[in-house]
Design a binder for this molecule. Structure first.
Ligand SMILES: *[C@@H]1O[C@H](CO)[C@@H](O)[C@H](O)[C@H]1NC(C)=O
Ligand SMILES: *[C@@H]1O[C@H](CO)[C@@H](O)[C@H](O)[C@H]1NC(C)=O
Ligand SMILES: *[C@@H]1O[C@H](CO)[C@@H](O)[C@H](O)[C@H]1NC(C)=O
Ligand SMILES: *[C@@H]1O[C@H](CO)[C@@H](O)[C@H](O)[C@H]1NC(C)=O
Ligand SMILES: *[C@@H]1O[C@H](CO)[C@@H](O)[C@H](O)[C@H]1NC(C)=O
Ligand SMILES: *[C@@H]1O[C@H](CO)[C@@H](O)[C@H](O)[C@H]1NC(C)=O
Ligand SMILES: *[C@@H]1O[C@H](CO)[C@@H](O)[C@H](O)[C@H]1NC(C)=O
Ligand SMILES: *[C@@H]1O[C@H](CO)[C@@H](O)[C@H](O)[C@H]1NC(C)=O
Ligand SMILES: *[C@@H]1O[C@H](CO)[C@@H](O)[C@H](O)[C@H]1NC(C)=O
Length: 598
């Protein structure tokens, strides 16, 4: 096998050598004489000039002369041709010969001669039609217009300067032009260049987005890759026609109120379509709600005639299961429908996501993640969040996600030192939304900007019983960990007491008679907040004696009776009664013992 292959190879080699040998011999013989320069290529500019480049030969050359002769008709080229030659001389390896008003539609014969001390040596003569290497002049772009009914297309119209454009209309119709357009979408830096077929002075380009603006330029070259591209035409701006919206807006609802008969006051919410889906300017939205029995609801509430800027409306829905659809329409058409389903008022909601965690990314972003419920029919999730406020209610933010996603980074409507309620609900297609799971969070906590309003509940003896109401959540800027209660008698050093954050009542005891200033501060993990209003409490000398002579014996008597009862009664009764003895670790006394009295 190998031997046979070797034989084939040697015979092939021999055949090759025989074929190659004569030219090889020629090269060796011509090696003695100097190598002439070699033309690489030319660029013809109609009624302008011809620029040629060449490769130097192997003789030391002082200068070169480029000789270009225009040929009339098909007869062979002769050096004594009667036509005037165009020439240029240069020490370099390219030069430009002016051809005056000559057209490039002729055949041209070109040669370059190297001059040296030993004599002249010329390149091979090259004859060709001038247009093969013509650089066409830039054309003029007249219009870039939308095409109605074809939102992906622009109609590009152009013209040429007749006197200098060396290609005729019939040749253009025959398709001798290679063409490209350069496209820059408005507001974008990226520039695209696309091949286009141009056989007339107007042509369609269909690679755009609907209702979008583009700057367009055009260039041509004559036939193949041998001729260079013309310079770009002027740029023209054009906008494509609108198309019907290609997707429905994201659609959601908020149950504002349910009355005793199950009628529900609902806010329908949606998001404006991003432009790449709206494909134009949305003129109006259309909401239709149905009951389960496919009855269209006639009472539209504020959901009738929804103009382009609206993103919500409210209406009253009956207690039975309902569904609503939403479409967006522009000048061309209507989007597909978005649909939501509401369970009947008395139905129990499907399960919530099994766990949810929310953590701040930074001051303005929250990272939410959850686990899908075990139920396989989950069709998506909705994450809702809003700033928790006491007075005026805040906007509900929401994001709808498909069932494959279980995380979301909230980037909208979040700022530091404000409390947010973040909740996640699973969607169950026609079975509506499931229960929610809610977490309260700050992206960053601060210190409260107000202190609690302290009020005196009771003064008896040397004891002042104080209560306070929570600081409005808007002013808290963080989760309350504890309160500091400060009090000072006139001309006495101030003292303060720390009270756990969940407590809203406290007694200052054993105060000696005098005039007291009392105020409170709320503390978060970051620090101590502003002081609340100062109240003034007067404790007279009499009130102390009341404690000493009346309250103390009373307390002692009660304690003694309880003790006696415990000892006297049967075991069961004893246990029951004993439970009434205050557990010191759970009473307000306990707070006394853990006070940081300073
Ligand atoms: C060739 O002619 C064109 C058109 O007249 C002119 O714009 C260009 O500058 C000329 N090139 C040179 C190298 O002279
Ligand atoms: C060119 O010159 C040669 C002699 O130098 C002559 O025989 C020939 O006829 C001439 N050709 C033309 C086209 O003038
Ligand atoms: C493109 O514009 C040209 C010139 O205005 C017009 O004649 C032609 O009909 C247009 N083509 C289309 C498809 O609209
Ligand atoms: C454009 O056409 C040229 C030939 O005319 C080809 O070489 C090139 O790959 C084409 N470019 C694209 C993007 O199709
Ligand atoms: C709104 O949608 C309903 C139901 O699809 C349809 O009957 C009605 O004609 C639409 N209204 C408009 C203004 O498009
Ligand atoms: C909230 O209410 C206050 C007055 O109570 C008002 O000044 C403020 O503009 C309201 N804010 C919002 C968002 O409604
Ligand atoms: C869910 O949404 C993500 C991102 O929007 C997308 O990549 C994915 O294909 C969607 N999955 C389904 C099942 O629609
Ligand atoms: C979550 O559900 C509870 C009780 O059903 C409700 O009070 C709360 O407002 C809901 N939270 C959100 C963000 O919908
Ligand atoms: C509580 O009292 C101590 C000692 O007087 C003082 O250092 C501290 O700043 C006080 N705390 C507050 C919140 O006033």
């Amino acid at each position: 096998m190998e031997r046979r292959l070797a034989v084939v190879w040697t015979s092939l080699l021999a055949a090759g050598l025989i074929l190659v040998l004569p030219p090889a011999l020629c090269i060796t013989t011509s090696k003695a004489s100097p190598r002439p320069p070699r033309l690489i290529g030319c660029v013809f500019v109609n009624r302008g000039n011809i620029t040629c480049r060449w490769e130097a030969g192997d003789t030391p050359t002082t200068s070169y002369t480029l000789l270009i002769q225009k040929k009339r008709g098909p007869e062979p080229f002769t050096t004594n041709s009667s036509l005037t030659p165009f020439t240029c001389t240069t020490p370099d390896t390219s030069c430009t010969a002016d051809i005056g008003m000559s057209s490039v539609r002729f055949n041209f014969c070109i040669t370059v001669t190297a001059h040296s001390h030993r004599g002249d040596i010329s390149s091979e003569l090259r004859c060709q039609p001038g247009r093969i290497e013509v650089m066409l002049p830039p054309v003029i772009l007249d219009g870039v217009e939308p095409v109605s009914g074809m939102p992906l297309c622009l109609n590009v119209t152009w013209r040429r300067t007749y006197a200098v454009f060396p290609v005729s209309d019939s040749e253009i119709r025959a398709g001798v032009l290679n063409s490209q357009i350069e496209i820059t979408a408005k507001g974008q830096l990226e520039v695209q260049v696309k091949n286009v077929t141009v056989k007339a002075y107007s042509f369609l380009v269909c690679l755009f987005r609907p209702d979008a603006s583009y700057a367009v330029r055009l260039r041509h070259r004559y036939r193949g890759p041998q001729s260079p591209w013309s310079p770009w035409s002027n740029a023209r701006q054009g906008r494509t026609a609108e198309d019907a919206p290609s997707a429905a807006p994201a659609f959601w609802r908020q149950v504002k109120q349910t009355d005793k008969n199950g009628w529900r006051f609902i806010s329908l919410l949606w998001k404006p379509l991003p432009h790449f889906l709206a494909n134009g300017r949305v003129h109006f939205y259309n909401v239709t709600c149905w009951t389960e029995r496919a009855q269209i609801l006639n009472d539209h509430g504020s959901c009738r005639d929804l103009h382009h800027a609206s993103t919500s409306c409210t209406l009253l829905l009956p207690a039975e299961p309902c569904s609503c659809t939403l479409t967006a329409s522009n000048s061309v058409g209507t989007s597909p429908e978005a649909q939501i389903w509401l369970l009947g008022a008395s139905e129990t909601e499907a399960p919530e996501p099994s766990s949810i965690s929310v953590s701040p990314v930074d001051d303005h972003n929250l990272d939410v993640s959850w686990r899908a419920p075990a139920d396989r029919s989950v069709s998506g999730f909705v994450v809702e969040w809003f700033a928790v406020r006491e007075k005026n209610s805040s906007i509900l933010h929401w994001e709808k996600l498909n069932s494959s996603l279980t995380t979301l980074v909230i980037t909208e409507g979040v700022k530091p030192m404000e409390l947010y309620a973040v909740s996640v609900k699973a969607l169950y297609g026609e079975r509506g939304a499931g229960k929610n799971r809610t977490i309260h969070i700050y992206t960053r906590q601060g210190v409260p900007s107000a202190g609690p309003n302290v009020g005196v509940q009771q003064i008896s003896g040397g004891t002042v019983e104080l209560t306070w109401s929570p600081v409005p959540v808007e002013l808290l800027h963080g989760f309350i960990r504890s309160y500091t209660l400060c009090y000072a008698a006139t001309n006495q050093p101030a003292r303060n007491v720390t009270v756990p954050g969940h407590v809203h009542r406290y007694s200052l005891e054993n105060l000696s008679p005098g005039n007291y200033d009392i105020f409170m501060q709320a503390n978060t993990v970051v620090g101590t907040g502003a002081a609340g209003p100062i109240i003034n409490v007067y404790i007279g000398p009499d009130e102390v004696s009341i404690v000493m002579y009346a309250v103390l014996p009373f307390v002692l008597t009660v304690l003694a009776m309880v003790l006696m009862a415990c000892l006297a009664q049967s075991k069961i009764v004893k246990q029951k009664l004993c439970q009434f003895v205050p557990d010191p670790s759970n009473s307000s006394l306990a707070q006394w013992t853990t006070l940081e009295v300073t």
